[in-house]
Design a binder for this molecule. Structure first.
Ligand code: KG4
Ligand code: ZN
Length: 355
């Protein structure tokens, strides 16, 4: 089945075509430059940019794939969680096309799609423990199949990507700060005792990164020389060794070790796991990758990371999971609604015979 994926949950507008689990073509327009000046995503600007970018991305996608829209057999669209206005732009686009082409439509849970994105590149082994670390979410899942997820733990406040980005803002690094902290960290030495590993003195699988944010703020206030006097341009940012690189290495290490403790606890709670899947934008982080690969090896699990372009928001992951859902007979009507961040995604599929 040739399936179109539509992603517009936050600040990336993306379209992709997947057939039989293989990526055929994709187009994406990032809005980072539009939001960088505000140091974070501005919802109103994001919705308008999706509306503006979608028509040209659509033409570009068909040209890249050398296909006409008549070839598309199914439509998958991110239904949430995300920014409400942004989601509605993608949903309206997908519904219009589904109506015009008379093809089936399915709404995709953006977080589940992140978790399964690496299925485009390698076989996924279930049951899997899934660790999602993105700009908006930090969650642990038990994943028993492409359609069977149980949420084991989540962040009570900031997400991992948010913790990186807020620290980056305090240090006057370009937005989003996570990648620049990681680049600097490669040139620094981590201090294992400087920052607290937050919310570990409990027996649950939840996370909390707000205390770490406060600790970073206090340390930076006491050491103002760490703050870059002028924010470097994103393109000519050149990391070098020194106290800032050491501090970034410390932050990288602290976050990676905090994630390790809870992930290890989840593995211990269910010996049947065959793999550990780590996904979301912060899964690009080099220290987190190293620590999680070590944990999986120690636990006898296969480690699975998406390649960096599939870690951050993309439409290939939406089309990939969407094709699986459509083939299994899951559908939505044109009354499919968007679910904003913080609200549970309803289990409201219509079921038809699988194809
Ligand atoms: O998955 P994503 O596109 O966002 C959401 O769907 O929420 O991930 C974006 C996040 C940003 O917070 C960004 O700073 C972070 O991923 N990120 C990183 C790295 N690359 C991207 N964080 C730490 N280290 C990196 N190398
Ligand atoms: Zn995302």
């Amino acid at each position: 089945m040739l399936c179109l994926g539509v992603e517009s949950s936050c600040d990336d507008t993306a379209l992709a075509l997947v057939r039989d689990g293989q990526l055929i073509a994709q187009t994406c327009s990032s809005q980072i430059d539009l939001h960088a000046v505000f140091g974070g995503v501005v919802p109103e600007i994001a919705s308008r940019a999706h509306l503006k970018f979608l028509p040209s991305l659509w033409n570009e996608l068909l040209a890249k794939a050398n296909l006409s829209e008549d070839a598309i057999e199914g439509l998958a669209v991110t239904r949430g969680p995300g920014l409400l206005g942004s989601l509605l732009v993608g949903l309206s686009f997908a519904k219009g096309l589904a109506l015009r082409q008379e093809i089936p439509l399915v709404g995709v849970n953006h977080l589940h799609a992140h978790m399964l994105a690496s299925g485009l590149e390698q076989e996924l082994l279930f049951p899997a423990l899934g660790l999602l670390i993105s700009g908006g979410h930090t969650q642990l899942y038990q994943i028993r199949s492409f359609f069977d997820f149980d949420l084991l733990g989540r962040t009570l406040d900031d997400a991992v990507g948010e913790a990186f980005d807020k620290a980056g803002k305090m240090l006057n690094l370009p937005y989003p700060g996570g990648i620049f902290i990681d680049k600097l960290a490669a040139h620094g030495q981590a201090d294992h005792f400087l920052l607290p590993r937050p919310y570990l003195a409990n027996t649950n699988l939840d996370f909390s990164f707000s205390g770490l944010k406060t600790a970073v703020l206090q340390y930076v206030k006491q050491h103002p020389k760490l703050i870059l006097p002028v924010m470097p341009a994103m393109r000519d940012f050149t990391p070098s060794p020194g106290p800032l690189a050491d501090f970034c290495a410390t932050l990288n290490w602290t976050i990676a070790q905090t994630l390790r403790v809870k992930t290890e606890r989840a593995i211990a709670g269910y010996p049947e796991y065959k793999s550990l899947i780590v996904a979301g934008g912060a899964a690009c982080n080099s220290r987190i990758r190293q620590v999680m690969a070590g944990l999986a090896a120690d636990s006898g699990l296969k480690i699975t990371f998406p390649s960096p372009p599939l870690c951050t928001d993309n439409a290939a992951m939406i089309a990939f999971l969407g094709e699986k859902l459509l083939r299994a007979g899951f559908r939505h009507g044109l009354d499919l609604d968007a679910t904003p961040r913080g609200k549970a995604i309803p289990d409201d599929y219509q079921q038809v015979a699988s194809c």
